[in-house]
Design a protein around this ligand. Structure first.
Ligand SMILES: *Cc1c(COP(=O)(O)O)cnc(C)c1O
Length: 348
């Protein structure tokens, strides 16, 4: 391959986070109860499926199930291969090459990845102290699209509902609210999708629903916008096994409820335990916690990984110097994490 063949804007694009260590994964913010309990039954049923047939191009069965769950119309929804695909479809649909997308900073790393691979440019507006959203700073960028996630990854706080609504109301263009951790939060923008011309809410089966390996996500917006997004999405992008599992998971709300309950029971204790070890812990409204290490975070993470527990290092990012993120685990997992962290700090 000649370098000159590559699209100029993509020559320096790095590979995504791809850790090679064998360790207990507390770095991905998934449901720590293990795979969704609906899976045994639904995967058995999949044996009888005609998997020589294509899935429905727009996953109508799952869209109907989502419509029932939220009290919306099935045509409010677009579903696909993870909410990551949904983000890709949004930028493909609305952004001309060279146009800008505004995102708060720090936030989800892949937002700017999807902007870049679609030929756009990310502009960021720093979060205010306490990682609060600064709506005016975002609006001031006059970007084509605005995207934010609440609860925010990796800072773990939710943004003030009024601040987000201000962004939706005052931005002249699509606004994406990424609710990947929405099941853990008290508020959602999902009920508002028909109220705004420009609101898109994305959600996923990867986190609270415990189905990350099956890659299922969805977005909702008003009917006109959803219709446009649907036409851009790659037909058949959600496979039949994943669609069946997602429908079964919606019929098994108890698993999600238990995951949320576990987080509510364990989060404060884990935060206290981290503080007792000398870490600065940021407030969390989700199933993960961001905390700041008094020793270099890259060393902390690699030494902890050598002891069998993997957490995620964000310490190279501006405003997150020496910060790391861990999933809130079960009581047992959290104890293991704290024990190993204590050893690392004592050996330091
Ligand atoms: C994990 C995550 C996603 C990705 O969800 P998938 O459905 O697995 O593609 C999207 N946004 C945020 C903020 C996330 O943390």
């Amino acid at each position: 391959m000649k370098d000159s063949w590559v699209r100029a804007s993509l020559k320096d694009i790095p590979l995504y986070y791809n850790p090679k260590v064998k360790a207990i994964r507390m770095d991905t913010s998934i449901n720590v109860l293990g795979p969704n309990t609906c899976l045994d039954e639904v995967l058995n049923k999949c044996r009888e499926m005609d998997l020589n047939q294509y899935p429905a191009p727009y996953s109508d069965g799952l869209r109907r199930a989502l419509a029932r769950k939220y009290g919306l119309h099935e045509d409010n929804f677009v579903v696909g291969n993870g909410s990551d695909e949904m983000l890709d479809v949004v930028f493909k649909s609305f952004m001309e090459p060279g146009e800008t997308v505004a995102t708060p900073y720090p936030s989800y790393v892949l937002h700017s990845f999807f902007v870049k691979i679609n030929g756009g440019r990310s502009v960021t507006a720093d979060l205010a102290p306490g990682f609060e959203l600064d709506p005016d700073a975002l609006l001031k960028e006059k970007s084509k699209v605005i995207i934010l996630c609440t609860p925010n990854n990796p800072t773990a706080n939710t943004f003030d509902h009024r601040d987000v609504e201000k962004v939706i109301r005052e931005h002249d263009g699509p606004v994406v609210v990424d609710e990947a951790y929405g099941e853990f939060a008290k508020e959602s923008f999902m009920p508002l999708v028909d109220d705004y011309e420009n609101l898109i809410v994305t959600r996923t089966f990867s986190k609270a629903y415990g189905l990350a390996g099956l890659r299922i996500g969805y977005m909702a917006s008003n009917l006109k916008m959803a219709d446009q997004l649907q036409r851009v999405k790659i037909p058949y992008s959600l496979n039949r096994v994943s669609e069946a599992a997602a429908i079964a998971a919606l019929e098994n709300p108890r698993y999600v409820e238990e995951g949320v309950k576990l987080v509510n029971e364990q989060r404060d204790a884990l935060s206290d335990g981290l503080r007792a070890l000398g870490f600065k812990v940021f407030p969390s409204a989700s199933n993960f916690i961001l905390f700041k290490s008094p020793v270099p975070s890259s060393d902390l993470v690699s030494r902890l990984a050598a002891k069998g527990v993997l957490i995620r290092d964000f310490g190279k990012l501006r405003l997150l110097e020496d910060c790391v993120r861990t999933t809130v685990g079960t009581e047992e997992l959290n104890r293991l994490l704290l024990t190993k962290l204590k050893e690392v700090m004592e050996e330091w």
